[in-house]
Design a protein around this ligand. Structure first.
Ligand code: PBG
Length: 325
């Protein structure tokens, strides 16, 4: 057979495959999401996320130190709020002595070089489990943005490097940026969850924080999985409003969106490999149906190849261990 071009030449050995590889994963591309709960010496495995734990701060801090040593230099904090502290205003979220604020300070003290990002949305603090304030069954936009501003300022004051609004309210990035400026937090970044879809893949996360919506769903604020152009619009708006980076979430079912957004904006793009994506790989591995390590690395590589500069992932630690081998 005469062939002018043979694609297999560039695949014939490990040496040539690694020479022509277009995408490389590095531990510093990962953002590790962490679940924190009140107390001491507490570690709870999340039933729908085997191998992933919600921990009290004293146990979380040594982990964070270990992660930094592995090359994971960014963390994204979530806290589980006590039911007694939840209400419809979400006011616990801007309590300067709240669990989030205490955690930011303690982590900064213990591991000052780590980049701390914090989730900004009302759901863990809301008696309705919604990301915003509820009035007559509606999640009201403008009042919620006021609450998110207070929450962001309180995180910035505690020492957060980045606030990460995950609520999908309109206008919140511009409003938070303005408030940060006006309050002299000129070094605080904003990672906007710009294209966050109303996805069933968040199920295990809501188990982890006990934050499932008490009524209805999140479709009036999170995006319709059918839409692509809208994601680009949301990302461009957030860039214009002052976001330092934008995010697409979930990741694996939305690789096309990651690419579209990457091609449209002029700031870094992150993607969130969410709890349900982690759970799927874990579940298949536990049944012996897939090789866990390979599925983990292939999914992360695909997300990077799609255009994500960085990836928030529950696999940050095991993936970094493999990359450092
Ligand atoms: C809160 C928030 C959610 C996630 C991140 N921030 C849940 C939701 O929107 O219902 C999901 C993360 C995951 O599933 O890993 N607004």
């Amino acid at each position: 057979m005469y062939l002018q071009k043979r694609g297999r030449i560039n695949r014939k050995s490990e040496a040539i495959r690694s020479l022509v590889a277009e995408t490389h994963l590095m531990p510093q591309n990962f953002i590790a999401p962490l679940f924190i709960e009140e107390g001491k010496d507490i570690t709870h495995e999340i039933p729908s996320m085997p191998g992933y734990f919600r921990k009290s701060l004293d146990l979380q801090i040594p982990d964070i130190r270990a992660m930094y040593q592995l090359g994971i230099k960014s963390i994204l904090l979530f806290v589980k709020s006590d039911d007694a502290l939840k209400d419809n205003t979400g006011k616990e979220s801007w309590n300067d002595n709240g669990l989030m604020q205490k955690s930011i300070k303690a982590i900064k003290d213990a591991v000052p070089e780590i980049l701390i990002m914090t989730d900004v949305a009302l759901d863990p603090y809301s008696s309705y489990g919604h990301d915003g304030i509820v009035k007559n069954g509606e999640i009201v936009n403008d009042e919620t943005v006021e609450a998110l501003i207070k929450m962001s300022l309180s995180h910035a004051k505690a020492g957060a490097d980045f606030v990460a609004p995950s609520d999908m309210m309109d206008g919140r990035i511009g409003a938070i940026r303005k408030a940060l400026e006006e309050n002299s937090f000129t070094n605080t970044g904003i990672m906007s969850y710009s294209a966050k879809y109303a996805s069933c893949f968040y199920g295990p996360f809501r188990d982890a924080l006990d934050s499932a919506p008490g009524f209805g769903d999140k479709k009036t604020y999170q995006m319709n999985p059918a839409n692509r152009i809208e994601a680009v619009r949301e990302a461009l708006l957030d860039e214009e409003e002052g976001a330092d980076m934008v995010m697409v979430k979930p990741a694996l079912s939305y690789l096309d969106i990651i690419r579209e957004v990457k091609n449209a904006v002029h700031i870094p793009v992150s993607a969130y490999q969410v709890s349900g994506e982690y759970a799927m790989i874990k579940a298949a591995a536990i049944h012996g149906w897939m090789d866990e390590e390979k599925a983990m690395m292939e999914s992360l590589l695909s997300i990077k190849r799609a255009g994500a500069n960085m990836i928030a992932t529950y696999f940050a630690q095991p993936a970094a261990l493999i990359l450092n081998k």
